[in-house]
Design a protein around this ligand. Sequence first.
Ligand code: G1P
Length: 289
Amino acid sequence: MKIRKAVIPVAGLGTRFLPASKAIPKEMLTIVDRPTIQYIVEEVVASGIEEIIFITSEGKSAIENHFDYDFELDTILEKKQKSKLCEEMRHISNLIDIVSIRQKKPLGLGHAIWTARNVVGNEPFMVLLGDDLVLNDKPCSLQMLELFEKYGESIIAVQKVPKDQTFQYGIVEGESIEGRVYRVDRMMEKPAPGTTDSDLAIIGRYILQPDIFDLLGRTTPGHGGEIQLTDALLALSKKRTMYAYEFEGTRFDAGDKLGYLKAIVAFALRHPVLADDFRDYIKQVCLEC
Ligand code: G1P
């Protein structure tokens, strides 16, 4: 079955990024020349998905505006004969169909996904977390969608992390079944040190069967007093087979200040116009350090 819809939760307060995220959604912070969220949306588009469902909250309207058509800007750019820029702005507003739903209370990631239940309906769908950027020629989502064609069940993106960092992630325990694919046995959200031997951390890309909605509706608050997606995933993995996939690519936590800086450097070094000059600059800075 084709995956047609992607849910992108963007309701979070962005406390890790204060004060930058006080008046601006953290998803709108710029990486080189576009907001973080645009990279995520472009990944979705490049993977052939047809519709995006943003889960938003108060103060996040800049995200919707960014992907909207701006008549005034369009008219001004056209008048000034800035046709390339005009074309680029139109392209952003034509990328994909977008639906927005408000998460009315900050009850956690699991609750955010649950609010999309009526718009997603009874079909498998993708979830992408806005903080996780993955740099790779073949987008992480596309790698997962290809795997879904083979396995037809929920797939969670994972990467190995140092053992002393597992407490920062959802962790998957499972058995390797081929190459980068594992069958999920157990998962836990931000496990206390020493409570798991696994180093497979969940990264923000999921393909989920719609059964997750019913389970999310019954999930009680877990880690941090929030309704955790990972807890509902564990319940889903007991009902149907679930896979974890160690994707190819470099992941950046753009919701963290250091991760964000690393992302800027990595994306700038691949930028079609700026890369060469930026590389020279970085080399010079390194010599001076
Ligand atoms: C969320 C998920 C967690 C996952 C992480 C990846 O946590 O709950 O399972 O490992 O994203 O970025 P958060 O970073 O929102 O606390």
